[in-house]
Write a protein that binds this ligand. Structure first.
Ligand code: ADP
Ligand code: MG
Length: 340
């Protein structure tokens, strides 16, 4: 049992600037498993950007081209559970052997191995065996190897042997084609302005994009209504709000201070130095924009200020954004960083 999901294939993994490298590296590996320098192939990127889909697609494609090869897909979490189980049952060697005889091993979300030294150790041995025998290893992770924490050095250095390819957030055009493809697949017609509206407003990741279009389709068929721009707006708003909830005021302060290369304590301090005041005002502005917290609560969390200070900060940011080009750039950069 390969555990592959045939509905995650290359055909429906739409290409765009954000995934071109990873996608073509995946295809190269699928054409010649174990026979390229992309071994391991590590696909990394944020949540909902297609890591699992692409990992399956590679496996599905290999099975298609080389039916005799054994391909195994497993999440790092399940791999860990199985390992722990094997230790309990005293058959650790069987566990290792099982994985050492495959031709292609795909492990999803390897960041899950962080801090799990026993599982890392066993994986290290399996990896070495497969690699020495020219077998293909494909990994996915939410971070690049350089940013991974609590993974043993020797394993990290193995991760870097092959190719690390990033999946980035899809641009507008790609988001539109992903939506169109979904609608086509489901045999649903939808006016262009609505598709564009959804693609324009949901920028976080593909999973959210799919979620929004699915509820749009469901709502319209449930109410036997034509999908209107109004309905699209309501649904998109719900999705955008849900995403915003993930951003905390602490997180905003951290991002803003990192951006200006100061620490959070400095950002919160009583100083009247202009660049620090501006950083603080930006933090307040984004807290107002991205959270549901009240002005008073924002003020108390950002250096114990009152609600009037926060209100003033928001107005100042609005004014400066309109008049100062450099300041506008700060707002744009930070908006990007904060819109997950
Ligand atoms: P991740 O594993 O990175 O969190 P997934 O692979 O689960 O993301 O992708 C989330 C959803 O988005 C899946 O339903 C997947 O099919 C879809 N998806 C992601 N990237 C693409 C793409 N380039 N084309 C089509 N669908 C995509
Ligand atoms: Mg995944």
């Amino acid at each position: 049992e390969s555990q592959l999901n045939p509905s995650y294939n290359f055909e429906n993994f739409l290409e765009g600037d954000a995934n071109r490298l990873a996608r073509s590296a995946g295809l190269a590996v699928a054409n010649k498993p174990g026979g390229t320098s992309f071994n391991p192939l590590l696909i990394f990127g944020g949540v909902g950007l297609g890591k699992t889909h692409l990992a399956h697609a590679i496996g599905v494609e290999i099975k298609d081209k080389y039916p005799e090869k054994t391909v195994l897909y497993i999440s790092a979490e399940k791999f860990t559970q199985q390992y722990i189980e094997s230790v309990k049952k005293n058959n650790r060697n069987d566990f290792i052997h099982f994985y050492q005889i495959v031709d292609v091993l795909i492990i999803d979300d390897v960041q899950f191995l962080s801090g799990k030294t026993g599982t890392q150790d066993v994986f290290f041995h399996i990896f070495n065996h497969l690699h020495q025998n020219g077998k293909q290893v494909i990994l996915t992770s939410d971070k690049a190897p350089v940013d991974m924490q609590d993974i043993e050095q020797r394993l990290l250095s193995r991760f870097k042997w092959g190719l690390s390819a990033e999946l980035q957030k899809p641009d507008f055009e790609t988001r539109v084609s992903i939506l169109r493809n979904m609608l086509y697949r489901d045999g649903v017609e939808m006016p262009d302005d609505i598709v564009d509206y959804v693609a324009k407003n949901i920028k976080t990741n593909v999973r959210e994009l799919e979620g929004a279009i699915i509820s749009l389709i469901a709502q319209s068929s449930f109410n036997k209504k034509e999908v209107t721009l109004d309905l699209a707006k309501q649904i998109v708003e719900k999705f955008v709000k849900n995403t915003k909830r993930e951003v905390s005021i602490d997180y905003i302060q951290k991002v803003v201070s990192d951006y200006f290369q100061m620490d959070v304590a400095t950002l919160q301090s009583k100083t009247r130095k202009r660049h620090i005041v501006q950083a603080r005002q930006l933090a307040m502005f984004f807290a107002k924009k991205f959270t549901k917290a009240s002005l008073a609560s924002i003020g108390s969390q950002i250096g114990k200020r009152d609600h009037a200070t926060v209100l003033h900060a928001c107005k100042t940011v609005d004014n400066l954004t309109a008049t100062d080009k450099q300041f506008r750039k700060y707002v744009e950069d930070l908006s990007k960083k904060l819109s997950l």
